[in-house]
Design a protein around this ligand. Sequence first.
Ligand code: NDP
Length: 398
Amino acid sequence: MSTILIIGTGGVGSVVAKKCSKVSDVFTKIILANRTIEKAKNLEKNINEVETEAVQVDADNTREVIDIIEKYQPKLVINTALPFQDLSIMDACLETGVDYLDTANYEPPDEAKFCYKWQWDYHDRFKQKGIMALLGCGFDPGVTNIFCAHAKKEHFDEMHFINIMDANGGDHGQPFATNFNPEINIREITQNGKYYENGEWKTVPALSQHKSFDFPGVGEKEMYLLYHEEMESLVKHFPEIKKITFWMTFSQQYINYLKVLQDIGMTSIEPVEFEGNKIVPLKFLKALLPDPSSLGPLTKGQTCIGCMIEGIKNNNQKRYYIYNICDHEKCFKEVGAQAISYTTGVPAMIGAKLMLQGVWKGEGVFNVEQLDPTPFMNDLNVYGLPWEEEFYEYTVRK
Ligand code: NDP
């Protein structure tokens, strides 16, 4: 029924393409666009179920994206390139009147600062054009937001305290490697931590707050408070939230390596002079680190990502935990990727499917928690990311 354009055929984009190709009654033709065309061509060779075409694009250049959209007339553009390309691709969608979906919010290349303002500012223009942009439809952001929307719909009158907790219990045997794009990952982790409490954002030094948690399927892990973008949209769309935090696990070895790299300036995004050229240390580091897609065959173990929510239902105070456990080796067997790419790519495919089927529709710019969570929650169970719930009902309020 529909042609789609996937821009960015790295770790996540490859999973999206492979999962879409298995739903061939919805996705009938997939255009695979990437800066390095060989990557798109390699991916094309691995997709047999639907028609595909590999094209070269520099998505920083809106005109190039417009030309591809005009040539192939996709119903939807899925952006799985980097956050730096979000606005140039949204501009192309506006110009051509095509729906848009991504998995990470915009970040200016020269400043490690991601926030939704830049993309929310497109709302009126998307609305006027009668098209939809769906932001942050990966796992976190993405499924974590939908878990909150599901919790609110099914289990709470008000959600007051939310801890989003992301554990990667996978072991790839490498001394130091990131499990998604190293540049984006290290920019995110080395920023100050930030959380929301009683109407205010509070900042703490990077990786300074940590505690352990016993994750289902993964076991006891040390998790660190980080700033993560879904908190910004969740407090906007669920204004009853009193406090929200985001936690991610890292091994002590990972933290030690990161600290050394930081101390010697290798994680900096400030250009430095090197043998007559300007180089950005973090980009150079990225070139040296293992490509996350190379970790697929090496990684064993599981991820567990979910939300612990406390709030009120019918005057009873409740605590509720919802999570998904995903196995790296099973993912690799199914799509040739480790669980981080898988847990991001599957939700992007589901969001795209619901948009193309007209189940999720709207005019303007939306975060996933603004849409009905039920069809998405059902599809998570069907397409490889089943979820579990635990309930604790502990006080009767007077
Ligand atoms: P990769 O680096 O593996 O893939 C990114 C791809 O985008 C590469 O193939 C790259 O091509 C391509 N690309 C980069 N710049 C351009 C450009 N200007 N024009 C065209 N193509 C370009 O990254 P991941 O797949 O790990 O991550 C993809 C996205 O998913 C990121 O935005 C990341 O933040 C997000 N993400 C979201 C998560 C979530 O849960 N919401 C979790 C993990 C990731 P080339 O190699 O030629 O540069």
